[in-house]
Design a binder for this molecule. Structure first.
Ligand SMILES: [Zn+2]
Length: 337
């Protein structure tokens, strides 16, 4: 990509809890950042108007004039239809069905808007300015409440024909009759095993089966299930056998999901991101998780691919959504100018 223009881009990351807005220059450097609560129950009109106000406030905070912004990128959860700019049935935005969010945001902000799926947007961020720079075949798996995925091939995100080209979290990894339920309503999907929710459920089952572990007290005293992955991480760092086993099992499940991805796409690199990365490269558990993912995947793929695959952590964290949205806006703007 060229860095010749002096234009700036705004990235918006629409989530179930917050709307994050970042202003970036042509090099992908952050000039300003603001966020506003999504307030899902107030509906999409209200949120889109506040989104536009936050964009204008962030542009001002960056010390820019409105005409110095070329384009806005909007990253949103699915389901959606990218060509028509519509939300279809976004599962964590109840009541927002069939809302023409791209064109509404363009109307309220006065700027052209590029519409993106959140998984591919996060992957594009890593390709543009994160750990995936220079990777011609990049897959980013985001481990949180679910397992998100984004694919960047030869510098372009793969959106699929129906706007859901990176849904590897729903790859089938367990074909048994009593496989775990995925929140999409099907059994045996990767997400039901390797997401934070999957880790929490598996941990609770071990504790209830009275495995000897330092997790027992903490898990029983939990307020919410989503606190559990952090407990598993802490106890794994302390050397608890069951916690280490849960981390390794999570790595193996993730590897199962990666095998078909690797044989289908032949990527150069797979990055792991999201809230559940067990401390990433900075901790012993994080490094063990990454190594186990790689080892378990490589044991099940062609040697020729195993010898060349890079598995590492994403580096942009919670900023990936709006950075990727801005990057995709920049790409669309450059292609039409
Ligand atoms: Zn599923």
């Amino acid at each position: 990509m060229s860095n010749a223009s002096n234009m700036n881009f705004v990235g918006v990351d629409l989530g179930g809890t917050n709307i994050k807005v970042g202003v970036l220059n042509d090099m992908g450097e952050k000039l300003a950042y603001l966020s506003t609560p999504t307030l899902v129950e107030k509906g999409p009109e209200d949120a889109t108007k506040r989104m536009a106000e936050t964009i204008h406030a962030a542009v001002k905070a960056a010390g820019l004039k409105p005409e110095e912004v070329a384009q806005v990128g909007l990253s949103s959860p699915g389901t959606m239809d990218l060509p028509s700019g519509m939300l279809i049935r976004p599962s964590n935005l109840p009541g927002w069905n069939f809302f023409p969010i791209r064109d509404k945001l363009a109307e309220y902000s006065g700027l052209p808007v590029t519409f993106a799926h959140d998984g591919p947007a996060a992957a594009f961020a890593e390709y543009w300015v994160g750990a995936g720079q220079g990777e011609q075949g990049l897959i980013v798996l985001t481990l949180g409440t679910g397992v998100g995925c984004g694919i960047v091939l030869d510098g372009h995100v793969w959106n699929g024909i129906h706007s859901h080209g990176g849904e590897a979290g729903h790859n089938l990894i367990d074909t048994s009759e009593n496989a775990r339920w995925c929140k999409c309503g099907q059994r045996g999907h990767l997400e039901a095993y390797a997401s934070a929710t999957g880790v929490a459920n598996r941990t609770i089952e071990y504790v209830e089966a009275e495995f000897k572990t330092s997790l027992t007290e903490r898990v029983r005293a939990r307020k919410r299930n989503d606190e559990i992955p952090k407990m598993v991480f802490k106890e794994a760092e302390n050397g608890d056998e069951l916690a280490v086993r849960i981390v390794k099992e999570t790595a193996r499940y993730l590897a199962y999901g990666m095998v078909s991805l690797i044989h289908t796409l032949d990527p150069s690199c797979i990055l792991l991101g999201g809230a559940m990365t067990f401390g990433g490269n900075a901790t012993e558990t994080g490094r063990m998780f990454r190594e186990t993912v790689k080892k378990e995947a490589c044991a099940r793929i062609f040697l020729h691919l195993a010898e060349r695959l890079r598995v590492d952590y994403a580096t942009l964290g919670n900023d990936a959504g709006y950075i990727g949205a801005a990057g995709l806006a920049r790409q669309e703007w450059e292609e039409k100018n």
